[in-house]
Write a protein that binds this ligand. Structure first.
Ligand code: PMP
Length: 369
């Protein structure tokens, strides 16, 4: 069985150990005589699965007891609406627009109240995290329900390396593509949410971690908030107001345990930084390839790069595929290439990509495209 080097942006590579474990348990889970896929979400066996997933996640991120953990559906995209519906109590929130997804979140916020752009990097096609000074100044006025950021911009390969200082205004972060790639100081946030399909598991599960004070009063827009999307209700029902993504949460729990057993998030972050450094070093040395994100905004999760020629980019993507390297085609909004180097992507795979880039560059003079 040949497994490729998978640099997909999400759904993305999962740890092989997790896949094998799931395979071995698929027909008979924990002696129940049935698959997790076939089991009632109300059964004690399944309750233990979701409880263990939450407990492991709490240990990994040192989540304080006054934060609630939710396993939701609808992707991070649904939370673009869930956030204002639950939290826009005074009808006014701030958004940092640093990429496609934060812009979508802002647009969704505009449907439910005043969503003010506090900083943006759209003028340079989102190749950087914008200066956050205006965010601090604006938040200090104290009239915003929250400030929303997208902490890692999957498409543009940029990442916040420090969080905006929002004072007492709650910080809300879409952490989809950097979730569990490094430790997070949960207390800096009012709410974080993440689609699982990068570092945490399969698509179809969205993890939300929210301070209980923010949800205590029920949804800000209880008049129109779909019952399913009420954070308070979901918290009180243990993410089981309705049928959750049972198999997805089961796989997330296995990924959480894998992270814990491979020495936790500090060690994971070190490995991720080493992978990113190798790739960025290669780009900085190359005469052919160059990174598209400004240096001080570079992401350690998604590395975006290109040549100066779209045909050469396409040739490289095919060249890589012939060598068992998949998923490096960049998003259409940036073009070029993108290597997503999430937790389950090994240093070995990054090494294979680097070797392939060097080989392509060396052979370039003899290449006619
Ligand atoms: N936010 C970020 C940072 C993302 O990378 C993505 C998807 N790649 C989304 C939001 C949208 O997520 P979903 O497809 O899970 O709705």
């Amino acid at each position: 069985m040949a497994r490729v080097h998978n640099f997909s942006a999400g759904p993305a590579a999962l740890p092989e150990r997790v896949l094998r474990e799931a395979q071995s348990e698929l027909l008979d889970f924990a002696g129940s005589g049935m698959s997790v896929l076939e089991m009632s979400h109300r059964s004690p066996v399944y309750q233990a699965v979701i409880d263990e997933a939450e407990a492991t996640l709490r240990r990994l991120l040192a989540i304080p007891s006054n934060y609630r953990v939710l396993f939701l559906q609808g992707g991070a995209t649904l939370q673009f609406a869930g956030v204002p519906l639950n939290l826009m109590r005074r009808g006014h929130a701030g958004y940092v627009v640093s990429g496609n997804f934060s812009k979508l979140a802002w647009k969704e916020g505009c449907k439910y109240g005043q969503a003010e752009i506090l900083a943006s990097s759209e003028d340079t096609n989102f190749d950087r995290i914008p200066d956050l000074t205006p965010v601090k100044e604006r938040a200090a006025a104290g009239d915003l329900d929250y400030v929303h950021i997208c902490q890692n911009n999957t498409i543009f390969g940029t990442q916040f390396h420090e969080l905006p200082d929002c004072g007492s205004t709650p910080l809300v972060a879409d952490v989809s593509s950097c979730f569990l790639s490094m430790p997070l100081d949960i207390e800096r946030y009012g709410l974080i949410y993440a689609g699982a399909q990068k570092n945490a598991g399969p698509s179809g599960v969205t993890v939300a971690i929210v301070h209980e004070d923010l949800i205590e009063g029920g949804p800000a827009r209880a008049d129109i908030c779909p019952t399913y999307m009420g954070y308070k209700l979901q918290a009180s029902k243990g993410s089981m107001y309705n049928t959750p993504n049972t198999f997805g949460i089961y796989l997330c729990g296995k990924v959480f345990r894998w992270i814990e057993e491979t020495d936790g998030l500090v060690a994971m972050a070190q490995r991720n930084r080493a992978k990113a450094e190798l790739l960025y070093h290669t780009l900085d040395e190359s005469e052919l390839f160059h990174g598209t994100a400004q240096r001080d905004s570079r992401s350690i999760c998604n590395v975006t790069f290109r040549t100066n020629d779209a045909d050469l980019d396409a040739a490289f993507i095919s060249f890589a595929r012939e060598r068992g390297i998949e998923g490096v085609k960049g998003h259409r909004l940036v073009g070029g290439m993108r290597a997503s180097i999430y937790n389950a992507v090994t240093m070995d795979s990054v090494g294979a990509l680097v070797t392939c880039m060097k080989e392509f560059e060396r052979e370039l003079p003899s290449r006619s495209i």
